[in-house]
Design a protein around this ligand. Structure first.
Ligand code: PAF
Length: 284
């Protein structure tokens, strides 16, 4: 089947309803475009597990704070279309802002308590309400499906999982592993902002998280010590400006002390214009 680009909500619903009525399963990869190999891996997973693969591209204004430059977010629909086609995607849903928010105002906001607090929300307090609201809307449009998200945005997955559970949405959330360059840097649309020296410095984020995991594996149960170890390694890199280094419960994202059970180590730092995030699993 070849790739069809759809802009309208009604047309997308009609297509997906028809597919499901014929007994086909739907795999959904929501994105903001500027697709890279990380997105391609989500599409490939969806392709392998479902019959009809749909990818949405919508740069969602609700998840950008006024201080964040929405207009500067990278966009390249021609390249995105080529990548989706190469991955065997069936439908590219590319709604306009008017299609998604017809009168330009959103009066219904989806806010997921607790998991939306701390970590990324410390510097981006409104971000996850914007994400939860648009993902709820996209899932309402797409309907019954498996929805694929990258683990690089670990807090986002926790927010989406909880929302899907709380709202009883007919969606199975599938978390997919982070894709990395050979030096450990997690793939991200924001990596294009890195100058060569910053690109060379950026793998420190992953290296520091690995050191934190090694400490936990070696028996360290004090979260403050693990946090300090990760933070010190990142701070030792002159081009890195640390936002946070944390170790939390992998499901609730709440603090754990002592460190037991399934944990997640997360860190965020700025390298020049790029703010990068990363996370890895730790604990049992
Ligand atoms: O991860 C993203 O690209 C976005 O946050 C998402 C899930 C597409 C919502 O706009």
């Amino acid at each position: 089947m070849s790739l069809t680009t759809i802009v309208g909500i009604a047309a997308l619903r009609a297509r997906l309803d028809a597919e499901r009525a014929s007994g086909r399963t739907v795999g959904f990869v929501p994105t903001m475009g500027y697709l890279h190999a990380g997105h391609a891996s989500l599409m490939a997973r969806a392709r392998g597990e479902t019959d009809v693969v749909i990818v949405s591209i919508f740069v969602n204004p609700l998840q950008f704070a006024p201080s964040e430059d929405l207009a500067a977010y990278p966009r390249d629909l021609a390249a995105d279309t080529a990548l989706a086609e190469a991955e065997g995607v069936d439908v590219l849903f590319v709604p306009t802002e008017t299609e998604m928010y017809p009168d330009g105002v959103v009066r219904t906001n989806v806010s997921v308590a607790q998991v939306s607090a701390g970590l990324e929300a410390s510097t981006r307090p409104t971000h996850f309400d914007g994400v939860a609201t648009v993902v709820a809307k996209l899932l309402a449009i797409v309907g019954t499906c498996r929805a694929y998200f990258g683990e690089k945005d670990f807090q986002q997955i926790a927010v989406v999982r909880r929302m899907v559970r709380d709202l009883s949405l007919p969606v199975e959330v599938v978390a997919c592993p982070t894709l990395r360059d050979p030096d450990g840097l997690a793939l991200s649309s924001r990596n294009i902002y890195l100058l060569p020296a910053e690109r060379a410095a950026a793998p420190v984020l992953h290296a520091a998280l690995l050191a934190g995991r090694m400490a936990i594996d070696a028996g360290e149960v004090n979260p403050a010590k693990v946090r300090a170890l990760v933070a010190d390694l990142i701070n030792a890199e002159p081009l890195a400006h640390l936002d946070y280094a944390e170790v939390v419960d992998a499901e609730t994202l709440q603090a754990v002390d002592p460190l037991v059970g399934e944990l997640r180590l997360l860190a965020a730092a700025r390298f020049g214009k790029a703010r990068l995030i990363d996370n890895i699993a730790a604990g049992s």
